[in-house]
Design a protein around this ligand. Structure first.
Ligand SMILES: [Cu+2]
Length: 95
């Protein structure tokens, strides 16, 4: 038993163009990595650099991974579709 940690770790990651980020769900609570502003609970909580289309993971259960190749510079703010209101948000900075 214990308290689930609804967070992305680390919350902010800085990478270079052409790098791939991989998310892993180590816990029993399902998550969806959400880079789609239309699916954000609060306006502005998801934002992408100009010209970047929305994307997201499938539902991630324990042990599932999701990878994305970042090809456009800029700042990406993303959320967990389920736990945005619990503060489960993150930032990818692509330089
Ligand atoms: Cu979540």
């Amino acid at each position: 038993m214990g308290t689930a940690r609804m967070t992305f770790l680390p919350a902010t990651v800085t990478i270079k163009v052409g790098d791939t980020v991989r998310w892993t769900n180590p816990g029993i609570v399902s998550h969806i990595v959400n880079f789609d502003p239309a699916r954000a609970k609060q306006a502005g909580s998801v934002s992408l650099p100009a010209g970047v289309g929305p994307f997201n993971s499938e539902e991630m259960e324990k042990g599932d991974t999701f990878s994305h190749l970042f090809t456009v510079r800029g700042i990406y703010h993303y959320t967990c579709r389920y736990h945005e209101n619990m503060g489960m948000t993150g930032t990818i900075v692509v330089r």
